[in-house]
Ligand binder design. Sequence first.
Ligand code: BGC
Length: 550
Amino acid sequence: MLKNNPLWYKNAIFYEVHLRSFCDSNGDGKGDLPGLTTKLDYLKELGVDCIWLLPMFPSPLNDDGYDIADYDNIHPDYGTVEDFKTLVAEAHARGMRIVADLVLNHTSDQHAWFVESRKSKDNPYRDYYVWSDTDQKYTDARIIFVDTEPSNWTLDEATGEYYWHRFYASQPDLNYDNPEVADKMIDILKYWMDMGIDGFRADAVPYLFEREGTNCENLPETHAYLKRVRRVLDQDYPGTILLGEANQWPWDLRPYFGGDEADLTAPGDEFHMAFHFPVMPRIYKALKLGDTTDILDIMDRTPSIPDNCQWCVFLRNHDEVTLEMVTEEDRQLMWKLYAPEDRMRLNLGIRRRLAPLLDNDRRKIEVANAILFSLPGAPIVYYGDEIGMGDNIWLFDRNGVRTPMQWTAEPGTGFSSAEPWAPVIDDDTYGYQKINVAAQQADPESLFHTMKHFIATRKAHPILGWGRCDFLRVENKAVLAYLRRTGEGQMLIVCNLSDQPQEVTLSLPEFRGVTPQDVLTGQAHNIISDEYTLSLGAYQYYWFDLSGTT
Ligand code: BGC
């Protein structure tokens, strides 16, 4: 059963599920809700606390479900509303939570509102979307899907006007200046919350409103609306969360938490959580160059957030590795380092999975996860990354990182008894015959067991969820070192991001006389004097507990 802790998300382990690729229960080659329900025990075993489900609503799937045609139902491929209720009940029975995706910014062009809206200029639904007789409005707004969309406006022949869309042309933006739209989206939120879910990951939130002369992102009107959404949750569904997806710089993200910047004890009143986008590409850059400078820099420039809020940190998700929050120079460098082939690039990012990005080098995968599970924030694991799944850059759009989960070595990978909706990974390195859950569960040395151990160890040390974080300035740029602390204790994380052994000297006068114990291995190290010198092998990492004196 669920424990009644309203701040549960502060130290939760999140897991992102792409329903279509997770588990097919009815033999149609597409994953579904009953399939996911049969895998809850697996997620429980891994140590997952909260599942984030990608959009599961009826949709033409031009953007894999982020183009919603009907907010009140489940896509027939995935099952029924009853199946969804069963999933929620079964997850709760195991002490796990479920957050769904809430796509506020846009609908599919197949949604009944848009079908009406485009019929005529005086249709009652016309004003549900953003129409204009010119495509020269809001010209300061950037285009997000740069590979496919020449403009944020598309001409609709029927009425000779343009409609506004921040993503694909088949995803018209809703008009939040229309109070009816603003109200209807709250009704939709309540409809799903009433089924007992634990909150929402709110998609693409910076773009809800448009104003001339701005870049149409992070506008005050957007924040006001999101605060209204939050009030509904607080009043009617206490203990549930809003996790915001705003791919922005940390200082532009800060307002999404709300509260009072001068007083962190004042509760945040907008999002409970927000993804920390910019730190992610910097982890990859640091690992390639053996230089932690950019991680330290972005964490330095990350503002403090209210005590009742939390970052959500991730290494990969269902999208490309986004390079929007890096400089142009770094984007070129990252493409050169991580996307040598054209097909690996997509929009302003890289469509590859974690293991291939890290050369399938177990040491690199482990150290990246050692950082993920100890940075400030709640970590999220993308399905399949716990076993080191590969990708297929030849598939359409981002499907190459959304291939069927590899459960077993059998044909169909234990995912489906039918031909899967997308080809399973079948190469020598990452093929399901070699990389699959069953094999890794049986092998105590597998990545799966290491991930399980990271998660269990993190949970045994709540400092990693709750503690403040102080990065240590060390001379050796290859080594990342930080202290996590609460009133209850302190931990020291030390990671070597280079492929060479490194020595590092840390200044730790306040811990003189302490015997650091690596909580991941149980091994005790030398007593700390004012300075502490450590030798680390290539990509070696430590999570030291500093509470022990001997
Ligand atoms: C989602 C993407 C989606 C876009 C438009 C995002 O940020 O993560 O997968 O294409 O929103 O809805």
